[in-house]
Each structure stands twice: as structure tokens, then as C-alpha cells.
Design a protein around this ligand. Structure first.
Ligand code: SIN
Length: 359
């Protein structure tokens, strides 16, 4: 039998079992007043389908949102849910185009008051970047919760169904109001600005290395313990934007050559995030090229490759003399997003630096 027939067979079986579950478990919720949660689906492993329940291989983004929802009938006890397919991609293919589409759709849904909260199903690889982008561009205080899975929907012990149920629980909980964009994974709730994927293959991959999760989901309840004081006072309105200024990331390492930075100087790039060693350090040759970039009007932002901690201003590097800004505790991929958004409004170094210290 060919592999696509086997895949189709598994999907049909999955749909059949899900429908039976829904029929068995759906009670009459028509008398309850439940929060309205719209689920925006983008793809990822949570919607992945594989040929075998025990092998790791799968194709991301194959299973449509309606089928994912029908596999978790308990969701209908928590919220009045509606699914919308925004994209069907593995999150390695996430793009500025899809970010703008998502952000605009969320702002539109909240502006017309057609949902009380939003859940986004997403691949885990770039979930932290989408969460940060939305944290900075969704103009409303209502809950927006990202969720994914590390195991495909057809895998044994798949984590997507429970994660999806948890995410809807977080979105539907009034305590989640005003907390900015959140990520719900593996029974934990994270603040968008701090969360990061830390292990390539484990279900316990999401962490906030500097500050920890802000809440837990256990036994059908959401409990919050902390709240970020750094959630943005300032939001970027991208509702009319069609693109963002180009910002690239350059990685630092021992004996790095200036070739990648010099190559960028010949392009239209508007910003460079340097993922430096330690506290955002670089060697002399790379430093010279970064200084040339800054003199050319390209905004250079130092972050670091350590995976946690801050990149601090004017300590080991004379940022004032070189014309650099620092990312504070944002990792390079999150710093890139804040720099792209800042550059829509200004290339003034001091203003951009204060965006990094405010967020
Ligand atoms: C992806 O990010 O789309 C693939 C990996 C995953 O979702 O876990």
C-alpha cells in the first residue's frame, strides 16, 4: 500500500473516533454562558500527521482545525469555540506576511467584538517569535494564547489534545485578561516576551529561562503566580503595514570572520542583531564591520547567544562610541522583532534603546 493511502486511512480513522467521542460527550451547553474563543490555526506539529503512531516522522500542518477540535470535545464545556484556518505551515516557514495577517485578524476580531479570547495553534519552532510579535502588535487587552505540540496528532501519547484543552482553559479564564500574549504548553503558562524553546525534541521544551512560567494548569484550573512588569506600555500599530524593515541576525563565535556583516552592508538591510558571545561580545574584526554598519545608518543591536541573561549597555563594549543599542534580556530572535517594529517608526538610536528597556 502506498504511504499517502496509509496517511489518509489514519486521518479517516482519527476523524471517525473523534466524531464518536464528540457525540458521546457533548452535553447541552446552550444554557451556559460561556466565553467565546476563536481558534486561529497556522499549522505545526499540533496539526501534524504521520504514517506510524510510534515513529517520529510526520508532515506538519496537515490536519485542519475542525478535526483537531473534534478530537477534544471537552473544550465545548469551557468555551463557545470557532475555528479559522489562517495558514497550514510548519513554523519554520513562518513569515512577516503571516505575522501581519494574524495580527490584523486578531485586532479585527477584538474590534468587532466577535470573540472574548483567541487561541492560536502554531508550530513550536518559532512560536516564541510569533508570541513576541503579537505581544507588541495586538492592540487589545483580551487573552491571546499560543499553543502547539511536540508530537504529531497521530502519534502515541500525543501532547496536542491536552495542550489545546489547556490553552482554551487559559484563554477562557478571566484571570488571563490584561496579561499580554501568553503561551500554554505542557501544563505551564508563559509570558510571551520571556518564553523560549529550549530542547529540540522534548515535550518539556518551553521555558522562561530568566524568570520561570507565570502560571500552571492543573486539574482543570489555571493558577497564576507571577506577572511581568515589563509588558509593553507601547504597542505598534501594524494594521495597515504590508511589510517590515529588513533586520538580519549574525551569530558570534570564536575566530568569526567579518564576511557575513560585510555582505549585509551591500544590501538594503536596516538593522543587524548581533548574537554575540557572553555579554554580546565580538572580536576586533567583526567589531570593525559592525561599526561600519552603524556609520552607514544600519541600527546594530547587541544580543547574546548564551540563551539567557541580559546584554548590558556600556559595560564591556563602548556602545555610545560605536553607535550600538543593546537587547537587554531579549534573545536574538526576539530582539530582531522589536528592532523591525521600532524601525517602522524611527531609526533614532536613543528611542530604539528605550523601546528595548521598556519592553
Ligand atoms: C513546527 O514548528 O512547525 C514544527 C515543530 C513543531 O511544531 O513542534
Amino acid at each position: 500500500m502506498n504511504t499517502s493511502l496509509i496517511k489518509k486511512g489514519i486521518l479517516v480513522l482519527f476523524l471517525f473516533v473523534s466524531t464518536l467521542q464528540t457525540q458521546a460527550q457533548t452535553k447541552d451547553n446552550s444554557t451556559k454562558i460561556l466565553p467565546r474563543v476563536t481558534i486561529l490555526a497556522t499549522g505545526g506539529t499540533i496539526a501534524g500527521a504521520g504514517e506510524s503512531a510510534t515513529k517520529a516522522a510526520y508532515t506538519a500542518g496537515e490536519v485542519p482545525i475542525d478535526i483537531l477540535l473534534s478530537a477534544v470535545p471537552q473544550i465545548h464545556d469551557l468555551a463557545k469555540v470557532k475555528g479559522e484556518q489562517i495558514a497550514k505551515i510548519g513554523s519554520q516557514d513562518m513569515s512577516v506576511e503571516v505575522w501581519l495577517k494574524l495580527s490584523k485578524r486578531i485586532n479585527e476580531i477584538f474590534a468587532e467584538n466577535s470573540a472574548d479570547a483567541i487561541v492560536i495553534t502554531h508550530g513550536t519552532d518559532t512560536m516564541e517569535e510569533t508570541a513576541t510579535f503579537l505581544d507588541l502588535t495586538v492592540l487589545f487587552d483580551k487573552p491571546v494564547v499560543l499553543v502547539g505540540a511536540m508530537r504529531a496528532s497521530t502519534a502515541m501519547s500525543q501532547d496536542g489534545n491536552k495542550n489545546l484543552l489547556d490553552a482554551v482553559m487559559v484563554a477562557a479564564d478571566s484571570k488571563s485578561l490584561g496579561k499580554g500574549v501568553l503561551v500554554a504548553m505542557n501544563g505551564l503558562v508563559f509570558d510571551a516576551r520571556d518564553v523560549t524553546k529550549t530542547i529540540s525534541t522534548s515535550t518539556s521544551t518551553f521555558q522562561s529561562r530568566n524568570f520561570g512560567p507565570i502560571g500552571l494548569i492543573y486539574d482543570g484550573k489555571v493558577s497564576y503566580y507571577y506577572e511581568s512588569l515589563r509588558d509593553p506600555l507601547k504597542k505598534f500599530d501594524v494594521t495597515k503595514a504590508t511589510s517590515l524593515p529588513q533586520v538580519e541576525i549574525i551569530y558570534g563565535y570564536a575566530d568569526a570572520s567579518p564576511v557575513p556583516v560585510d555582505a549585509l552592508l551591500k544590501t538594503e538591510v536596516k538593522g543587524i542583531v548581533y548574537a554575540g558571545m557572553g555579554n554580546g561580545n565580538f572580536n576586533a574584526a567583526v567589531g570593525k564591520s559592525l561599526e561600519n554598519a552603524s556609520k552607514k545608518g544600519i541600527v546594530v543591536c547587541r544580543s547574546n547567544r548564551t540563551g539567557s541573561g541580559r546584554t548590558t549597555l556600556l559595560n564591556e563594549v563602548d556602545d555610545a562610541a560605536l553607535g550600538f543599542v543593546v537587547a537587554d534580556d531579549l534573545n536574538p530572535q526576539k530582539a530582531r522583532i522589536l528592532l523591525m517594529l521600532s524601525l517602522i517608526e524611527t531609526s533614532d538610536q536613543a528611542k530604539i534603546q528605550s523601546n528595548f528597556f521598556d519592553y
